[in-house]
Ligand binder design. Structure first.
Ligand code: NZQ
Ligand code: ZN
Length: 385
């Protein structure tokens, strides 16, 4: 295990009705908030109205910026940053899923930055400050409510990039699992695949971390049990609650502290989203089993075997390679059972950009579990077509 500093300071208000704490969460940081939201789900299900009612009652002024796109665009970030500068906004309050929270994060950083907000996406070190962020989460998936990352797209240049800074980690997050009961089956399934991928990206690392790996296996089993339950029974509170909390812990740094390595599948998926604007979790569900098959070799087989035995109840007495292959098959079968696609062609991806997408993701493979070349990534894409 490598050295690390543990500090995950987001205050979490978890459970039914915790929205009542929203003013308590916002007030230490200011008296004027910008509420950021997406395509309108939060207006339909009443969460927006409840938040504004509480803020008004507590004397906190608010403005709103809606229309954040799934795979949020830099244009919306720029608009929000200008809004904050002109309107003397003190706190940014996203209500939504990862797209809304990510967009709000770079709005918050852009508000205190003199140049173009895209600079902050290209280089997280340029984020030297940000307005405080208090997030209200409505979809279990990205973990953005408790992490330091934001992923923003510039569709004009086909770039979807992640940036990171401790300054954009939310100060507080309201996590009421009942809010996620209106998330449809597609986004529930994609969110589950995204959470599982975040765990797997840290799990399949060349650095040792016995304790982190056992925690990871527990979180994976949680996703496996409750992802399917939430898809089949959208109003199953326990399923929603377990998924929501697992989503935060999958990526809030806890699993990777002491065994930090660059991720493998996410860089590939971000290229798919950048060129074809697909749902992130669906792209991960397609690529993950193909990536696993590709990196399975005599060096990695024992790790895959452990994954199979501890997560998928693969019989421990199977020969290692057979156990590893069964683990990968069970991973792929699970994504299918969630109703997710298993082929790139199913989400409208053709051969046109495979080369360029492979080249761009290969540039981010240094130090990954198994470093892949452009040609190997191209092969994975082709196998996934
Ligand atoms: O926009 P609205 O109308 O709110 O509808 C959204 C959207 O259409 C809907 N939704 C959200 N909550 C709902 C709901 N519908 C009904 N009831 C509710 N309670 O769900 C749709 C998808 O929302 P989105 O925010 O796009 O989904 P998700 O949370 O999966 O976020 C995906 C984005 O996050 C990035 C992804 O790349 C993608 O851009 N990621 C961010 C990460 C991070 N910050 O650490 C890490 C991830 O790996 C990921 O890359
Ligand atoms: Zn992800």
């Amino acid at each position: 295990m490598e050295n690390f500093i543990y500090s995950i300071p987001t205050t979490i208000y978890f459970g039914k009705g915790q929205i009542e704490h929203v003013s308590q969460a916002v007030r230490p940081y200011g008296k004027k908030a910008l509420i950021v939201y997406g395509g309108g789900s939060v207006k339909k299900n009443g969460i927006f109205d409840r938040v504004t009612e509480i803020l008004e009652h507590e004397g906190i002024a608010w403005e709103e910026l809606g229309g954040v796109e799934p795979n949020p665009r830099i244009e919306t970030v720029r608009k929000g940053a200008e809004f904050c500068k002109a309107g003397n906004i003190e706190v940014v309050l996203p209500i939504g899923g990862g797209s809304t929270i990510d967009c709000a994060k770079i709005i918050a950083a852009g508000a205190l930055y003199d140049g173009d907000a895209w600079d902050l996406v290209l280089d997280g070190k340029k984020i030297q400050a940000a307005l405080p962020i208090v997030a209200v989460l409505t979809l279990a998936a990205t973990g953005s409510e408790m992490d330091t990352a934001a992923v923003i797209s510039d569709m004009a240049s086909n770039n979807k990039l992640g940036t990171k800074s401790e300054h954009i980690r939310p100060k507080a997050a309201i996590m009421d699992p009942s809010y996620t009961e209106t998330v449809n089956a597609w986004h529930t399934a994609a969110g589950t695949a995204d959470i599982m991928s975040h765990i797997l990206e840290s799990y399949f690392s060349n650095a040792e971390g016995y304790m982190q790996d056992r925690m990871a296996e527990g979180l994976l089993k949680t996703c496996i049990q409750f992802g399917i339950r939430a898809v089949e029974h959208p109003d199953d509170y326990e399923a929603r609650a377990n998924l929501m909390w697992a989503g935060s812990w999958a990526i809030n740094d806890f699993l990777k502290l002491g065994k930090l390595v660059p991720w493998s599948v996410h860089p590939m998926e971000h290229e798919l989203s950048a060129y074809y604007d697909i749902t992130h979790g669906a792209g991960l569900a397609i690529l993950t089993p193909h990536w696993m098959r590709h990196v399975l070799n005599t060096r990695t087989v024992e790790k895959f075997r452990t994954y199979g035995v501890n997560v998928w109840d693969v019989p421990a007495d199977l020969p290692s390679m057979e156990a590893a292959e069964l683990a990968i098959k069970r991973t792929a079968d699970y994504f299918k059972a969630l109703g997710l696609p298993s082929r790139l062609s199913e989400v409208g991806i053709d051969e046109k950009y495979l080369e360029i997408m492979a080249e761009k993701s290969a540039s981010r493979m240094k130090g990954t579990y198994v470093e892949l070349t452009k040609d190997e990534i191209l092969q994975i894409f082709k196998e996934a077509m």
